[in-house]
Design a protein. Structure first.
Ligand code: ATP
Length: 238
């Protein structure tokens, strides 16, 4: 039998009033894959994330996380999910440790495991020395990395990142991508990375292109390029 997909969307649609933001989108991400969701602003990426993370109710279609339908088994589905939203979401007046501990408590992680997990994750992104710093004293890139390890505290199997590198300089962007790859390897998880930046696509296992709410392409980088009749991924996306 084939493995249970990390994420499965079956004919997912969403409208805001009369505006169709997602129109019958279906795709599957297999476990352990690094998938990139590519789309210009307004393509429907944030709407898709809002549905997968259960901020919005799914009305049209079905979403399954490791086999759990988020409409029917929301607890089982959400426990397997870690999410980094597009907006900044650290509490700036709290320290790094406090921000992370709060999230761990929400997930019912005990104090000893919380300490151990925070220590190990901070270490792996080279930020052990920032444990007791107020979040407001971190750089934009450091804040993002803390948000990323916060999303991993409860050991999710699928990590969603929405425009995680927006507003950061080139060096921070590269660091974050490298950190994500390292964490993904260490934790053995699947990733859905939403971006409108073409240069973040090149070594993805899978590329999913959304255009005005519709699935335009889904496959390996080369397949996607071939399917669109373009010569490079940049041309395919132009
Ligand atoms: P961005 O990166 O700019 O957020 P996106 O690819 O994430 O773009 P969405 O934010 O999902 O796209 O938006 C998809 C479409 O739905 C757009 O046409 C947008 O204008 C519209 N839309 C999004 N949110 C709302 C809302 N709350 N009310 C009405 N229309 C909305």
């Amino acid at each position: 039998t084939p493995p249970v997909p990390a994420l499965e969307l079956i004919s997912v649609s969403h409208t805001y009033g009369a505006r169709k933001a997602l129109d019958g989108v279906s795709f599957t991400i297999q476990p352990g894959r690094f998938a990139v969701l590519l789309g210009l602003n307004g393509a429907g990426k944030t709407t898709l994330f809002s549905l997968v993370s259960h901020l919005f109710a799914t009305r049209g279609g079905q979403i399954r996380i490791f086999g759990y339908d988020i409409g029917r088994k929301p607890g089982d589905a959400l426990r397997r999910l870690g999410i980094v939203f597009q907006a900044r979401t650290l509490d700036l007046d709290l320290t790094v440790r406090q921000n992370l501990s709060y999230h761990a408590a929400l997930h019912g992680i005990g104090p000893r495991e919380t300490r151990r997990r925070i220590g190990a994750l901070l270490e792996s992104i080279d930020m052990s020395d920032r444990l007791n710093d107020k979040a407001r004293n971190l750089s934009g890139g450091q804040m993002r990395r803390v948000e990323i390890i916060r999303a991993l505290l409860h050991r999710p199997s699928l990590l969603l990142l929405d425009e995680a590198t927006v507003g950061l300089d080139v060096k921070s962007r590269a660091t974050i991508l490298a950190d994500i790859r390292k964490l993904v390897e260490e934790e053995g998880i699947s990733v859905l990375w939403a971006t409108h930046l073409i240069d973040e696509v090149s070594d993805a296992d899978q590329v999913i292109i959304l255009d005005k709410g519709k699935l335009m392409a889904d496959g390996g980088v080369e397949d996607v390029v071939a399917a669109t009749g373009a010569r490079t991924i940049s041309d395919a996306f132009a």
